[in-house]
Design a protein around this ligand. Structure first.
Ligand SMILES: [Zn+2]
Length: 91
């Protein structure tokens, strides 16, 4: 758990193209590197395609999606506090 940093390493790739000036086929190594594996799922949230973790662009968006209108209603009725199970990887 917690091993995912939501990026993926790509390996270097040999890229060839034809030079406009000389007509020669030349090539270069395209550097590999870290590529983000997150995709947008909604207006203000995105998800990692590797680990499936859903993240939010803002704290307001997080509240909106995590609590939602229904949750806010039932929460006020039951007074049920269920904190402590949250995992934040922020530091
Ligand atoms: Zn991830």
């Amino acid at each position: 758990m917690g091993n995912c940093n939501h990026t993926r390493q790509t390996s270097p790739e040999w890229v060839e193209y034809e030079c406009d000036w000389t007509g020669e086929t030349v090539g270069y190594w395209e550097e590999g590197g870290a590529v983000s594996t997150t995709v947008d799922v909604d207006m203000h949230r995105y998800r990692c395609t590797q680990c499936g973790e859903v993240m939010y662009y803002s704290a307001a968006a997080k509240r909106h999606y995590e609590e939602g209108e229904e949750n806010i209603v039932s929460h006020s009725i039951q007074r049920n506090t269920h904190n402590g199970g949250e995992s934040d990887g922020n530091r």
